[in-house]
Design a protein around this ligand. Structure first.
Ligand code: C2E
Ligand code: MG
Ligand code: MG
Ligand code: MG
Length: 288
């Protein structure tokens, strides 16, 4: 990123670094100010049963809606929140908002939330998530927690104990972005995953790239032999659905089904599909 800012001769690196440091400091300050301002919100991406075409739930994706910076992607603010120790509280506050909202949906609809590797170093993480369930009244059985393999790389035994506590509470665990990062098949044995998510990079290049197609097929086969259901991310066309179904992927998500939606858009969609319940209990829980 430093390189991008460089223009003139030998000093490009230094000046680029300076620009980067300054913008990172101001980003950190802006994030701190944005938290009490309620600028971090959940967006929701549909998850579809590929065999029936039915909506089965949503992945919650964090967004920063900044009046100054615009709509900011988690790839831009999560790393800063991780480095500065803000990620834990920030993440839980967004998950809380998602639970309060999702409590009003049809009970068959689940939510999946992403947990950062840094959060998996917190021995109290499971208790904190359970506390949110109690406070919001959202049922554990409708919650799935997505973790990536890089989380396991740092401290496997702590991750195992957190995952164990979550599973004891009836919360499901998905292995996210499988096939990228520090992949090891041993991880599949070390932790009792309820689901494996194939990374979008493989799914979206399945038809142009023989290696990607082979990897998708191998992960689907692995899921079938281990009896772990597979979700495909990044589905952008109908052609992919047919292929993924043939390979045995049961669930999918991606822009073909729709872009991630904000709370108002989800409410509109679910109202049209008659999948909203409990409007009155909802306003009560928000007032508390
Ligand atoms: P992820 O968990 O793998 O989420 C999927 C990402 O792929 C999302 O990007 C989503 O918008 C994008 N995506 C989904 N379908 C398609 C598609 O068909 N085509 C394309 N081009 N993209 C698609 P997003 O929302 O920018 O999130 C990026 C990453 O940020 C997520 O990857 C996740 O690792 C992380 N993240 C998101 N929300 C949170 C959060 O609340 N906490 C933590 N720790 N990480 C989060
Ligand atoms: Mg995810
Ligand atoms: Mg993913
Ligand atoms: Mg991914």
């Amino acid at each position: 990123a430093a390189k991008k800012n460089g223009r003139n001769g030998y000093s490009w690196f230094e000046s680029g670094m300076e620009v980067e440091l300054r913008s990172r400091n101001s980003l950190e300050g802006d994030i701190r100010a944005a938290i009490p301002n309620d600028e971090f919100v959940p967006y929701f991406e549909q998850q579809i049963d590929l065999n029936t075409g039915e909506l089965v739930g949503f992945e919650m994706l964090a967004r920063w809606v900044s009046p100054v910076r615009g709509l900011i992607s988690p790839d831009d603010f999560i790393p800063v929140a991780e480095e500065t120790g803000m990620i834990g509280d920030l993440s839980l506050s967004i998950i809380r908002k998602a639970m309060i909202e999702a409590k009003n949906w049809d009970p068959k609809l689940t939510i999946s939330v992403n947990i950062s590797p840094v959060q998996l170093k917190d021995p109290w993480l499971a208790q904190k998530i359970v506390k949110l369930l109690v406070e919001t009244g959202f049922p554990a059985s409708r919650l799935e927690v997505e973790i990536t393999e890089s989380s396991l790389f740092k401290n496997l035994s702590l991750a195992q104990s957190i995952v164990g506590s979550l599973k004891n509470q009836d919360i499901r665990i998905a292995l996210d972005d499988f096939g990228t990062g520090y992949s090891s098949l041993a991880h599949l044995r070390a932790l009792p995953f309820d689901r494996i998510k194939i990374d979008r990079s493989f799914v979206s290049s399945m038809f142009e790239n023989a290696e990607s197609a082979a990897i998708v097929s191998a992960i689907a086969g692995l899921g079938a032999s281990l009896d772990v259901p597979i979700t495909a991310e990044g589905i952008e066309d109908e052609e992919s659905i047919a292929k993924l179904k043939a390979l045995g992927c049961t669930k999918g998500q991606g822009w073909y089904f729709g872009q991630p939606m904000n709370i108002d858009q989800v409410r509109t969609m679910l109202t049209q599909k008659d999948l909203i319940t409990n409007r009155r209990r909802h306003s009560n829980s928000e007032a508390v």
